[in-house]
Every structure is written in structure tokens, then in C-alpha cells.
Write a protein of this length. Structure first.
Length: 421
């Protein structure tokens, strides 16, 4: 949000893809074959009066870039790229660049974000053709600048370069008219319950980084796929994933998937990381504009900034969301979400370690669908080595998925009995 800086990344590069993703191929599925351009390396150079960033590419590409303040960033848009180099070739921060991250932003488009330690302007950005020893190279030179100079040139409207992607990362929240509906498919007793599973983070947004370097975005996607298979096998549910590959999704776009499918339940999956490595345990969140404690408030604030990390600030729509939240329909949805959260906790406590005060409340943006019951499950802490090790195991994730199915079976069975004449 304006006036608040994101937590500074550690002084090391964050690679979204490459060897880290390849190591999880057995869990997450094969790499996508539609990326036509390959990136074989990335470098940073600190020169006397500028910092140079270079990407080695397999072919010529169009590109565009712009800068964003609070915190200082350079955002580079490219056609969809396949990252083929290993983690041993990741550069550390250098010059005005503190850290790098990149990944699939939306189908057909990749995005690179350079986090800066101080304001800098784009001195030049260009492509170098092959010279017999190297292939195509994309080059950005950054020159230190004042805050005022940086802000004057910042923003997508000051985009530099030929690539002008049709970015549609954030769609306005639908206003829901409160009126009797002639037919609500969710009231059909013979209809399969529709469950939307939302693997947190993805693409250019890695989420938390675990004690061994595993990315939250990969853990959540693996868990969502396994939960989907478990629920589908029961025959009682139709399961939809908000993302089934390593791609960035805006927060509001995630619950829009649930609304489009007339979902009976939206479940967002996460695995956090905190400074205290001894803390472990699962927790379940439902929506509240006032967090249940300071920890919950800080976590919600961090998750809600995921869109800003990728270069999209949704803070201007908060009034619209607030208007929806105060609607009577939203209140009923929040009450139903809380009942589902309690059912999930009751089943999970039999098989896994839970965090104290397991049911928590926070203002997560992904929980703000006005007419779809929604819960957010923090499956554990990746900063705890034991819990990270468990979350990387398919058998442990299957245990979570089995408990989730039992919770949903019990909840929907009670709900159907309540509506019987």
C-alpha cells in the first residue's frame, strides 16, 4: 500500500523456476512445453557508475519495463520464457540491485522483478545479437538516482520498450445484488459439491522460503493437486484449482474462480515462514476485518501485498470490498465459513499438530468473496525444519487431504439434514 514498504528480501536471488522447479517435477508435473524462448543464464555486474543486469536468451524477443516505488523496483515484461539454468548460477545482489525474482505472470507472459536497495533509473535497456560466442542477450543498465527522479519516472504508464502486453491481472470485484434468485445450483441435493482449492502464491510470487530453500508456491500446488485427487475419488465433490501450474494470479482473481463455478467452498492453501524456527503447527483462518491477534494481522498484511510484489496495487479498491463486507449476505457467508473452519480443525487435530488458538481471524483478500464460504489453511511453518520436511512428503500431505475430506463429508452431511423438510 502507498506509504508502506514491503519487507525487504534477503540479499540473495529468488529464482522462480529453473533447478528448484525441476527438483519438484515428480510432484508438480512436467515442465510446460509452450515456452518458446529459453533463458540459459542471468548475471549482475557492478560498474563504476551503473549496475548491469543481463539475461541470456535463445532468441530475439520484444520487451518492456517500468519502475515502481515503495519499495523501489524495476519490473521487466517478456514473452513467456522457460528458465533452464540451475541454482548454482543465481547471482547475489550487487550494485543497486538487492535481489531478483522471475516467473510466469500470466499465460504468454513472463515477468522479472529487480528489487533495489536505493532509487535508480533505467539508463538503457537493449538486446545484443549473437556474436559467435554468446547468443541473444537482454541488457538493462541502472543508474543511481534521487527519490524525486525515481518517482517522477515510475509507473506502468512510463513503460519503456516495444512489448505492450494486454495485462488483465485484476478484474473489478463484482457487485452482488441481494435479491431472491430463482435457481441456485448449490441448493440441488443431487449436485456434487463444488470445492475450489487455491494454491497460494505462484509464478513471480514465490511466497515463503523454507529452511531448506523450498518455495511455498511449490508446496501449496503439490498439496492442492493431492487434495483434489483425494476429494475427486470420493465421488462427492467436483474440485477446481485456481492454478494448476506455476503462474501468478491476482488475489481477487482467485476468489473470482470460486464465484464463476458457483462453489460451495473456497479453500486457500498456504505454508508460512517466520523468524522463530521452533514454532510449528497448522492453523485455519476465516475472514475478519479485525485480526484475532497481532500475528494474524501481520500475516494477512503480508499475503495481501502479494499483488504489489508483482507490480499491481489493489489498495484503491478497498472501499468497494468494504462495501461488500458490510452487506448482510457477507455476514451469513462469514458465519458459515467459521462453522466449516471448526469442522476442519476437529478432524485435523486427530492427525497433525495444530497451532495454539487454531481458528484465527484476519483480513485476507482471498477470503472476501461475498457469497462463497471461504477458509485459509496455513498447513504449517516452512521455517521449522521438521514441519518443512513433513510438508515436502506426499504421505503427510495425503494425511492432511484425508482429514479435509472427512471434515467436508461431515459438514455437508449435517447441512443437507438441516435443509430436509
Amino acid at each position: 500500500m502507498a506509504g508502506k514498504a514491503l519487507p525487504k528480501p534477503t540479499r540473495r536471488s529468488v529464482v522462480l523456476g529453473g533447478a528448484a522447479a525441476a527438483a519438484l517435477t515428480a510432484v508438480l508435473g512436467p515442465s510446460q512445453a509452450w515456452a518458446l524462448v529459453r533463458a540459459s543464464g542471468v548475471r549482475l555486474g557492478d560498474h563504476q557508475d551503473f549496475t548491469r543486469f543481463v539475461v541470456d536468451l535463445s532468441s530475439e524477443v520484444d520487451f518492456s519495463l517500468f519502475t515502481l516505488p515503495e519499495p523501489y523496483r524495476v519490473v521487466v515484461d517478456l514473452p513467456e520464457v522457460e528458465w533452464t539454468f540451475g541454482e548454482e548460477h543465481i547471482p547475489t545482489g550487487r550494485g543497486v540491485v538487492d535481489a531478483l525474482r522471475w516467473g510466469l505472470f500470466q499465460p504468454g507472459q513472463s515477468r522479472i522483478v529487480l528489487d533495489l536497495v536505493r532509487p535508480a533509473t533505467v539508463k538503457q535497456a537493449f538486446l545484443l545479437p549473437p556474436n559467435g560466442q554468446t547468443g541473444w542477450r537482454f541488457v538493462v543498465d541502472l543508474k543511481e538516482a534521487s527519490h524525486a527522479t525515481f518517482v517522477a519516472a515510475a509507473g506502468p504508464r512510463n513503460r519503456i520498450g516495444a512489448l505492450k502486453p494486454e495485462l488483465t491481472p485484476d478484474r473489478p470485484v463484482q457487485q452482488v445484488a441481494i435479491r431472491p434468485t430463482p435457481v441456485d445450483p448449490r441448493q440441488d441435493p443431487n449436485r456434487q459439491k463444488v470445492i475450489v482449492l487455491d494454491p497460494g502464491h505462484g509464478g513471480v510470487d514465490p511466497g515463503a522460503i523454507g529452511a531448506s530453500g523450498v518455495y511455498e508456491k511449490n508446496i501449496t500446488l503439490a498439496a492442492a493437486r493431492e487434495f483434489r485427487d483425494i476429494l475427486n475419488r470420493s465421488g462427492k465433490y467436483k474440485v477446481v484449482l485456481t492454478r494448476d501450474r506455476d503462474i501468478f494470479l491476482p488475489l481477487r482473481g482467485r476468489f473470482e474462480v470460486a464465484r464463476r463455478h458457483n462453489a460451495d467452498l473456497f479453500i486457500s492453501l498456504h505454508a508460512d515462514s517466520i523468524k522463530s524456527p521452533d514454532v510449528r503447527g497448522l492453523s485455519v483462518y476465516t475472514l475478519s476485518e479485525n485480526a484475532s491477534d497481532s500475528e494474524a494481522a501481520a500475516l494477512a498484511e503480508k499475503e495481501n501485498k502479494a499483488d504489489i510484489i508483482a507490480g499491481i496495487d489493489l489498495s484503491h479498491e478497498s472501499a468497494e470490498v468494504t462495501n461488500i463486507l458490510i452487506d448482510l449476505a457477507q455476514r451469513e457467508t462469514m458465519n458459515l465459513s467459521s462453522r466449516i473452519a471448526e469442522a476442519v480443525i476437529e478432524e485435523l487435530k486427530r492427525d497433525v499438530k495444530l497451532l495454539r488458538r487454531t481458528h484465527r481471524f484476519a483480513g485476507f483478500a482471498v477470503l472476501k468473496a461475498p457469497d462463497v464460504p471461504s477458509v485459509l489453511i496455513e498447513m504449517g511453518y516452512l521455517s521449522n525444519r521438521d514441519e518443512e520436511r513433513l510438508l515436502r512428503q506426499a504421505s503427510y500431505r495425503a494425511k492432511l487431504g484425508g482429514a479435509l475430506q472427512r471434515a467436508l463429508d461431515g459438514h455437508f452431511s449435517r447441512t443437507q439434514k438441516a435443509y430436509r423438510p
